[in-house]
Design a protein around this ligand. Structure first.
Ligand code: FAD
Length: 296
């Protein structure tokens, strides 16, 4: 990529996507990898665009009436708020930050992160889009691949290695706080005040994946139940001691505690069975994707 191409990408984003950025920035599509995102992170991270000129170009578009305030403010906040914030955390907390693992997560990365051969539709599509474009937008990284890893207890080192390997915009100073801090809560809440853990309900609300999935997002137990649902409760139960005092988690622990003991046991059994199966997944997958992966 050249500076000229990067400026062309910035102009393209402002002309065609910025206007809807604010409305759809948290949405996930089964078909569209980019939606209204800018795909400017790589150009900024390698210095072809300065974050300041990107913010100023967006501000100018808003002043000229070419973008609404929720788009301009939402976009500039990602750069001024998040990009600068995680940069500060990295330079302030390294090198110790990288060793943090407060939830004691030890699981290896599930093999399907490399080939996408999984019947969980949201994960399959996020991983396929990642493989095809070296890109996934923020909510796919945080709430699909990241959330699943959090719920399953994947180790920060294993997950960081994956994010660093697969994204065109990956640099440790921005990837590490996002993965270890925001996604895995491995810094004990230094970056974010509560874990970004979610059940299938969240994914169903934000995307159209579930209607294409072989699992039923409304079920928590049984053969067809969406694995995110039981894993979500399993995660909360596993980390009860650490999280129960967090004011932002009180309501959810209240709901869990109100369930009948037999129901809670069934949910935990369901999650344990899933995690056991995950540990025995063949490294190259089972289906057609496995062939593609081997060819690569
Ligand atoms: C687990 C995980 C790993 C990530 N790893 C990286 C990484 O290695 N490199 C990287 O640049 N971003 C990373 N991010 C942040 C974010 O996902 C990407 O910046 C964004 O998806 C890039 O696509 P875009 O340029 O289309 O962003 P847009 O959605 O168009 O957002 C505009 C810009 O805001 C900035 N931004 C938005 N969210 C964040 C954030 N959470 N942290 C820092 N900057 C942000 C980026 O510079 C981005 O280009 C990661 C997020 C998560 C959850």
């Amino acid at each position: 990529m050249t500076r000229r191409q990067a400026l062309g990408d910035l102009r393209h984003f402002i002309a065609h996507a910025l206007v809807d950025f604010g409305t759809y920035q948290d949405a996930i599509s089964d078909r569209e990898p980019l939606l209204y995102h800018s795909r400017l992170a790589a150009a900024m991270n390698i210095g072809l665009l300065s974050p300041q000129e990107v913010c100023e170009a967006v501000e100018t578009a808003w002043q000229a009436g070419r973008a609404p305030i929720n788009a301009a403010e939402g976009f500039i906040r990602q750069i001024l708020g998040w990009r600068e914030y995680v940069r500060g955390i990295y330079w302030q907390r390294m090198p110790g930050y990288k060793q943090e693992n407060r939830l004691n997560a030890r699981r290896g990365l599930p093999a399907f992160y490399w080939h996408g051969d999984t019947d969980l539709r949201c994960l399959q599509r996020a991983i396929e889009m990642t493989r095809d474009n070296a890109y996934a937008h923020h909510i796919q990284r945080l709430m699909v691949t990241g959330n699943f890893a959090l719920l399953c207890g994947v180790s920060p080192a294993a997950l960081c290695d994956w994010y660093l390997a697969v994204y065109a915009d990956a640099f440790e100073w921005v990837e590490l706080p996002n993965t270890l801090g925001m996604t895995l809560y491995a810094d004990g809440g230094y970056l974010g005040s509560k874990p970004y853990c979610a059940s299938g309900k969240y994914i169903d609300r934000m995307s159209d994946h579930c209607r294409h999935c072989r699992y039923d997002v409304k079920q928590v137990t049984g053969d067809d139940a969406c694995p995110f649902n039981s894993l979500y409760w399993h995660f909360l139960e596993r980390h009860r001691e650490r999280l129960k005092g967090n004011q932002r988690m009180k309501l959810i622990y209240g709901s869990w505690d109100k369930m009948a003991q037999s129901r809670r046991e069934a949910i935990l059994t369901q999650a344990n069975a899933f995690l056991d199966r995950l540990d025995t997944e063949p490294p190259y997958g089972r289906g057609e994707h496995a062939e593609g992966y081997r060819r690569h």
